[in-house]
Design a protein around this ligand. Structure first.
Ligand code: DUC
Ligand code: ZN
Ligand code: ZN
Length: 475
């Protein structure tokens, strides 16, 4: 099966050029200024459209149990929502439910296989370190899993001690695995939450007040120092505080292989949003910060200190007692209302996997602040490179998977729940005016979204077995 996409502006991290692109089955087989129409070719006229690599979102939580409920997008609905927003590869996390890492891997692989509608992979959370776990970490590589996540917060639940993080990083280093860090100060949070509850400070804004940004800043410094001592690379997830960018820069100028990710919510919202009447919608961990933090995060992206923009997609219903209609069926999943009157019981997380590319296009490219190439680099190419999927994903090259987005820069719309396909009852960007939107999305050569119509199927997404990390992966 041959598909010829003609006259689009083909965009990679370093080039934009009008040209043609030929797909055979699942792969891009040719890119040229002009490719002649041959026999048995479907021809798509992409004049006036950008042709982008499919987005790569390396931070999502699908079907994640939390606070007696579960994040409301599973591996089908979350990957479908991703596709509508121009994202064709996602990486979810394997919770460490036991000391048997491989069992956890097998279970999540089985769960996702029949559901995922775009390609996906997994990071492994390491939240309880035993000798067995230490021995099993290297086995993740054979499973195609070449990244793991550790936490300096969530005491007695997910957190590892500094020495344990040091040990994990050394094992990861020896096996080409990239260590990711959730940076907050668990001890301080534990004390501050307890005090807030005792003082009856229970409104959503106290979620941010009890998780101070200095905790994130010192954790970035601490983990960077540990990465230096372990001689291991490190990737800081969901950077939210300006000080984290400062410390990341400090680590980088000292020659450390330390990388950073931020998410749209930290670029567009602040702790003031938590103080609104419906502030629970913005509750996620780590929380949003201030305007100054936003500015420094933007600077971090502009200067290359921060390399990726992911989402930490982990949606919950705002009112999980009232059903929505999803694919013709009525569905309600308990959500943020579980914490009505007590912020400590509000499930942490936000929708975002489908919003990321459209929102960032308008805010980064249309605003003139970033080039279309920088947009592709931050949302597609760097994520694929850092997580061992390049050039299969994240670029337009002969031999790459034909994951493509035809992007109409002239499409104007008022965004919100009417567009986003995330399975929840609200959208953080409701009413935002967008200039430019994905109109057709291909995943491994298959057209899965066309002009707002869903053509994909559960189970068509494939697990991507990832390559090991190399410290020169960004070139
Ligand atoms: N943060 C959230 O807000 N939700 C899920 C996990 C995380 O790190
Ligand atoms: Zn996290
Ligand atoms: Zn997360």
């Amino acid at each position: 099966m041959l598909t010829l996409i003609k006259n689009g502006t083909l965009v990679t991290e370093d080039k934009s050029q009008v040209g043609d692109l030929l797909i055979e089955d699942e792969k891009i087989i040719k890119i040229a200024e002009k490719i002649n129409h041959g026999e048995n070719m479907e021809v798509i006229d992409a004049s006036g459209l950008f042709v982008l690599p499919g987005g790569v979102d390396v931070h999502v939580h699908l079907d994640l149990p939390m606070f007696g409920t579960v994040s409301s997008d599973d591996h089908y609905t979350g990957t479908k929502a991703a596709a509508f927003g121009g994202t064709t590869t996602v990486i979810d996390f394997i919770s460490q439910d036991s000391d048997d890492l491989l069992k956890n891997v097998k279970e999540l692989k089985e769960k996702a296989a029949s559901k995922a509608a775009v390609d996906y992979s997994f990071h492994a959370n390491i939240t309880h370190l035993t000798e067995t776990v230490e021995k099993d970490i290297p086995l993740l590589v054979k499973e195609g899993i070449t990244s793991l996540k550790v936490f300096t917060a969530y005491n007695n639940r997910l957190r590892l001690q500094d020495g344990e993080i040091f040990k994990v990083m050394r094992i990861a280093r020896d096996n080409g695995i990239l260590t990711m860090l959730h940076a907050e100060n668990g001890d301080v949070i534990e004390i501050m939450v307890k005090e807030a509850v005792e003082a009856q400070h229970l409104s959503p804004d106290w979620h941010a007040k009890t998780r101070p940004s200095w905790g994130a800043v010192e954790s970035v410094m601490r983990a960077s120092a540990i990465s230096a001592m372990a001689d291991a690379p490190l990737y800081i997830v969901h950077m939210n505080a300006g000080g984290e960018v400062d410390l990341l820069e400090y680590a980088q100028t000292h020659g450390l292989k330390v990388f950073g990710e931020t998410c749209p919510q930290y670029l567009f919202f602040t702790e003031d949003d938590l103080a609104k009447a419906d502030g629970a919608k913005w509750i996620c961990s780590p929380p949003m910060r201030t305007k100054q933090d936003q500015l420094r995060l933007w600077q971090g992206l502009e200067t290359g200190i921060v390399q990726t923009i992911a989402t930490d997609h982990c949606p919950f219903f705002y009112d999980g007692s009232t059903p929505i209609t999803y694919e013709g069926n009525s569905i309600a999943i308990p959500g943020k209302e579980l914490g009505k009157g007590d912020f400590t019981k509000i499930p942490n997380g936000l929708p975002g996997v489908g919003d990321r590319m459209p929102i960032l296009w308008t805010e980064m490219v249309v605003s003139g602040r970033f080039t279309v190439n920088q947009f592709v680099k931050l949302t597609c190419t760097n994520p694929a490179k850092l997580f061992g999927m390049y050039p299969q994903k994240g670029t337009l090259q002969t031999g790459s998977d034909a994951d493509l987005v035809l992007w109409d820069p002239n499409k104007k719309l008022q965004y919100g729940i009417a567009y986003s396909q995330q399975r929840t009852d609200y959208n953080l960007y409701e009413g935002w005016k967008l200039n430019g939107y994905p109109v057709s999305v291909y995943s491994r050569g298959e057209l899965i979204v066309e002009q707002g119509r869903w053509l994909g199927k559960p189970g068509r997404g494939k697990f991507i077995s990832r390559k090991t990390f190399t410290s020169d992966c960004l070139g």
